[in-house]
Design a protein around this ligand. Structure first.
Ligand code: PA5
Length: 447
């Protein structure tokens, strides 16, 4: 099977190949530390060998649960979660789904999300929808205490019990959380929900290949075996003894660190297929939460091209020269659309007649890359041969490993997120949560 490929030739007018190769020894050491679980944050390194340790029995179990839920003729599967308990499933499902699945319908339920925001309008509108649809639900939280999904689940739990009765609601809810800790574990045990455990040593943003992502992806009708196989193959292709010259995540980590050192502080994740929008969101969480600490880290941003060439293109071409781009390019589209000839040629587009739309998209990509490089924006290209489960599995593992390597190279612990607590502390203080009396007093004095 082919692999995804990495091309950083278009960074080499900004950094030298030698400066990238100079990372070889350091990154090979970091790779060993990750796979041998001896590096910083080593209690969260379960993801390194996660793909190859997923068993046939586990996959069959997720598929069986998905089939059982789908046998209830559900229109929707509601996934309640935020951050790593949301973005991985959303990224994969969106990448693989028909762009208009929500309007066309189909044999698989649509996956909708809740608990990924605290918008009253969103929750109201979702609950209205759920009144008239058949559905089941997964509630996902590794800590089991995150406010956004807990709040959404409190509402949705009442609704589902009202609609189907308590016993049937229990059959329609799956809880995915820590083995022992957290309010969600307590609640799931007390209600008797089917549960799956998120391994202790796999952090939220690294959890897409656990039931956190795999159950919803299976419910959506996609092939979780191919997804895992892609990740297993990338795990093997970049494992502990794979030299730098053959290790794509290692090279990506080196290139981005070298660019960062030369003042390129913002990495823009670029796609030319809107189905990849949420892959970028997943990637932003992975890199932003892993690297943005101790006053350091590349700022992860994203654009959908060519749409955003008509909004962000000007800045990328001529704004602050602190940017570089990482483009995810899909070599072959799934569908074929050819541009027809028009005898009148009033729109002047006959020079494109007979071409596939993707040929135009690819020339837009090439033309943009060249223009941006000319404008001072280095360009890394990652090519997926096709947009399917297998290559998504490869790309997920590629970015996970590269993120760990990159974080170690930057000198931070990529597996914690101490900064996420600051907003929660203020929010709880403002909401006068019991136990936050001193913080409430202090914050109110500032208002
Ligand atoms: O990567 C992480 O650990 C976090 O971003 C979490 O995914 C996010 O905060 C959600 O946490 P939880 O799954 O505990 O509700």
């Amino acid at each position: 099977m082919e692999n995804i490929s990495l091309n950083f030739d278009k960074t080499l007018s900004f950094i030298s190949k030698d400066s990238v190769l100079a990372y070889k020894s350091e990154i090979e050491t970091h790779n060993k530390a990750l796979f041998n679980k001896t590096g910083k944050g080593n209690d969260f390194l379960g993801w390194t060998n996660l793909p190859s340790s997923i068993t046939e029995a586990e996959l069959a179990d997720y598929e069986k649960t998905a089939a059982k839920l789908k046998a209830k003729q559900i229109d929707l599967f509601v996934v309640v979660g935020i951050g790593g308990s949301y973005l991985g499933a959303k990224a994969v499902v969106d990448a693989l789904s028909d762009s208009f699945a929500h309007l066309k319908g189909g044999k698989n339920p649509l996956i909708v999300f809740a608990g990924q925001n605290i918008s009253e309008d969103y929750l109201f509108e979702l609950r209205e929808l759920l009144k008239v649809k058949e559905y089941a639900m997964a509630v996902i939280s590794k800590s089991g205490t995150t406010t956004e999904p807990a709040l959404a689940f409190r509402l949705l739990k009442q609704d589902i019990e009202e609609k189907y009765g308590k016993a049937e609601a229990c059959e329609r809810i799956v809880a995915i959380t820590d083995a022992k800790r957290g309010a969600l574990r307590t609640l799931a045990t007390s209600e008797g929900y089917k549960t799956y455990v998120i391994p202790d040593d796999v952090g939220g943003r690294y959890s897409v290949l656990t039931p956190v992502g795999l159950l919803a992806i299976a419910v959506a009708g996609f092939d979780i075996r191919a997804l895992v196989k892609g990740a297993v193959d990338m795990e093997k292709a970049s494992g502990v003894d794979v030299p730098f010259e053959k290790n794509l995540p290692a090279q990506y980590a080196a290139v981005r660190n070298e660019l960062y050192k030369t003042g390129k502080k913002v990495e823009i994740f670029v796609n030319y297929n809107p189905k990849l929008h949420f892959l970028a969101e997943w990637w932003k969480q992975l890199y932003g939460e892993s690297e943005g600490k101790e006053g350091k880290g590349i700022f992860p941003a994203s654009v959908d091209f060519t749409s955003d060439l008509h909004s962000m293109g000007q800045y990328i071409q001529e704004g602050e020269r602190t940017l570089f781009e990482t483009v995810i390019s899909v070599a072959s589209p799934d569908r074929e659309v050819r541009i027809p000839i028009d005898p009148d040629n009033l729109d002047g587009l006959n020079f494109l007649s007979g071409k596939r739309v993707d040929e135009v998209n690819k020339m837009a990509e090439l033309g943009t890359t060249l223009a941006h490089v000319d404008g001072g924006v280095p360009n890394i290209q990652i090519v997926m041969p096709k947009l399917n489960e297998y290559y998504l599995g490869q790309i997920i593992y590629f970015f996970e490993l590269a993120c760990g390597l990159s974080g170690y190279t930057l000198g931070v612990n990529p597996f914690d997120q101490p900064g996420v607590e600051a907003y929660k502390k203020n929010m709880f203080a403002l909401l006068e949560k019991p136990g936050y009396e001193a913080e409430t007093k202090a914050i109110k004095a500032r208002l």
